[in-house]
Design a protein around this ligand. Structure first.
Ligand code: SF4
Length: 317
């Protein structure tokens, strides 16, 4: 069986309005997965890693929203519980909650992540204001409208740093460049949106559970290169979606084992209703997926981290 399969879309989705580094990475991983999620709005029920990631991100945002003197470890534990209380009632977690109360596991893992944060830095010494937390950035890069969320932009002894928190495992050396893709793009997007086109000084990945900080100086050529990659992806998506009979590649790889669409994927099962027909929509619904607004789906997927240690270039069984 070939690794990839060309899949005809029976209903052409509306083209995207913008692209984020996360959605561009999904397109690179599998075009069909991108179309079903980002363009058709099919969303899987959230998983435990997504819940943990969202709760921890919110807790860290709440912590850094306080005056530096109040950013203690004890306070971090309090805001972790506040964040869990905010997150858990959201409909996307209904299936997770119905199976078993996830609170204990989230708090255990979340406390570990916060311990990691305090090992990586003393939050009382970090210079960041509320306007530097959870920053939505919008810019046009080489004709491509970019929209996405940056966890933190802060001042490190006079250097402007763009940082992303991670709750998954530390990227293996061969995946580090890929792990930085989003931050390079955001560095370019922030510079494009700045009247003087100033670049940030550094980009950082803070692996909270892995207790590791990966850092890179921002180099103009690399940022431009990554921005051009994103712009190429934007143009390709536009061309594919605008075709009279749109076809996308379903790319079989190890990551298919974590894909919510696998049981409805023509790359694995040929006797399926065609993608974009009511029959295929019914199948997705029967699998527990729900169709939501594309903006909601994009926001929910923004923090998705790949499963640990999976080589996306490996073919699936
Ligand atoms: S199962 Fe694999 S090939 Fe199919 S949509 Fe998901 S990622 Fe793509």
């Amino acid at each position: 069986m070939p690794a990839d399969r060309l899949v005809r879309l029976m209903a052409a989705p509306a083209p995207p309005r913008s692209l984020s580094p996360t959605s561009a990475s999904t397109w690179a991983q599998c075009q069909l997965k991108y179309v079903l999620g980002y363009l058709m709005g099919w969303q899987e029920p959230s998983t435990m890693p997504q819940l943990v990631g969202n709760v921890v991100h919110r807790a860290v945002e709440l912590l850094y929203g306080h005056d530096p003197a109040d950013r203690t470890r004890a306070h971090a534990g309090d805001v972790l519980r506040t964040a869990l209380g905010e997150e858990l009632p959201k409909p996307t977690y209904a299936r997770l909650v119905a199976a078993a109360d996830p609170s204990g596991e989230v708090l255990t893992t979340g406390d570990d992540a916060l311990d990691g944060l305090f090992e990586l830095e003393d939050p009382r010494q970090v210079t960041v204001g509320e306007d530097g937390l959870e920053v939505w950035v919008e810019a046009e890069l080489y004709g491509a409208p970019i929209r996405g969320r940056i966890d933190r932009i802060y001042d490190a002894s006079g250097a402007e740093v763009i940082a992303d928190y991670k709750t998954g495992k530390v990227a293996q050396p061969r995946f580090v460049q890929k792990a930085f893709f989003g931050l390079w793009t955001y560095a370019a997007a922030l510079a494009a949106a700045d009247p003087e086109h100033r670049l940030a000084d550094r980009i950082e990945l803070l692996y909270l559970i892995g207790r590791e900080r990966l850092s890179r100086p921002v180099l103009r050529d690399v940022a431009i290169d990554q921005a051009k990659t994103l712009a190429r992806t934007w143009r390709t998506i536009g061309e594919v979606v605008a075709a009279d009979a749109p076809e996308v590649v379903a790319r079989k790889a190890k990551l298919c084992d974590w894909c919510a669409f696998k049981a409805a994927c023509p790359a694995f099962e040929r006797k399926l209703p065609a993608v974009g027909t009511p029959g295929h929509d019914e199948l997705l619904t029967a699998l527990g997926l729900t169709q939501r607004s594309r903006r909601d789906v994009a926001a929910a997927l923004e923090r998705l981290e790949p499963p640990d240690d999976v080589d996306e270039t490996e073919g699936a069984a």
